[in-house]
Design a binder for this molecule. Sequence first.
Ligand code: ARG
Length: 502
Amino acid sequence: MRPGHSQSSLGSHRTDRSDRLSHITTAPSDRIRLKENVGWVSGTALIVGTMIGSGIFVSPKGLTEGTGSVGLSLICWTICGIVAMLGALTYAELGTMITKSGGEYSYLHEAFGPLSQKVGSIPAFLFAWIMVLLLRPASVAIIALAFATYVIDPFFEVCEASDAAKKCLAAVLILMLAILNCASVRIAVIVQNVLTVAKLVAIVIIIFGGFVQLGLGHTQYLATGFEGTETNAGSIAIGLYNGMWAFDGWNNLNYVTEEIVDPHKNLPRSIYIAIPLVTILYLLMNISYFSAMSVAEMLATPAVALTWGNRVLGSAAWIIPLSVALSTAGAANGTIFSAGRLNYVAAREGHMLELMSMVHVKKFTPAPSIVFTSLLAIIYIIPGNIGGLIEFFNFAVWIFYGLTAAAFIVMRFTTDYKDAYRPCKIPIFIPVIVVIVSVFLVLAPIINDPRLEFLYVALFILAGVIFYIPFVHFQKQPPFMPILTAFLQLLFESAPPVAEEE
Ligand code: ARG
């Protein structure tokens, strides 16, 4: 297949595309389906590697600001872990019942799609819309900004580092990762594995150092317990938002279900191991931070782990910025790397520009999707700051986690899925709690501090509906679309993955 051959775009050739791809959605053929090569160990690594990124280094400050005390902070970290676990259990039942890749997208599509093929698929479409245009690039932006903060701050002991320098460095990281991911899948995977090991080493160092501190009798900060505890629910909610960012990624394995060996067994198994493991590591990390600094000191430092390193590691403090840089670079690389999957699943349903699901004809990398995500991430860096981006990320993402848990409840009672085989059946109160938590996480910040940003995100989601009507429902396309798609295909030397097998 030569680039330029396929000129279909969003919705326009949906029938063709569905015909061509229907065998994936219904009964994957051996030739084109993604190979199952994710066992429970790689599955666990995929979840742990996405969850541990920037959050454990940047969130403790925001969370402690919201909670006001050591005691409530540790409780909130535990609550975040429990919420992540309840969410992941809900997704374990969904992922073993519907063994399609694409996570929320596929579940929303299955739950609401059949109501009426078109209107019912709006929630799934909106998820793809917001994920591709907003959430994935925003997460790359946040992680890259955390990277830049930790790389630059150690050089500025006397004065504060300039924001512009951090933003430029964050953009450079994204550009480098984009080039790497466009150039070779193999190298990107090797880089990912090396960086995952680096982040685990960093965490073990911090935990170990903290326990040595405590052993030496530095328990005075932990002993302050609940002193200074915040009572304003809105402020605690903002604290929780920061924690939930550090735990985000608990649903990561559900995006690649089609690639898991024996998903009925291995998907839940990886979830049961990964989420408690990360929760315990995070709690130990926080105890370690509080072995070297008080609540007030944590709030005053721009980079918590750096301050910890300076106090505990002395002349070896350089280990910290290096480890954090490697860890955040790894999380950013993983997020950019997975850019192709959701696009691919959504594009085969006609919900995404087909260009976004194409692969480079020689390198076999999802180049258009990687470039698109990376460019948006760089744009989000320009006006953004980490705290603001995290808030709006959580706001948008929890709307869809809640909707997915609601889809779970709907599927338990609708005829299509009522009696479906559920190898990992969980009690119904679990998704009910997830729905309640999501309503809380979405509404609390708006009530506490109604800012325009939340309205913008809501408008952005609504804009998706406006976009849906002509381009997906009526399958119209702007007249320039075929030419633009062909041009971009040539530019990226890309073709649909299915075509390669033909
Ligand atoms: N928890 C990660 C961190 O602390 C962020 C994960 C973002 N989400 C994702 N699906 N990549 O940096």
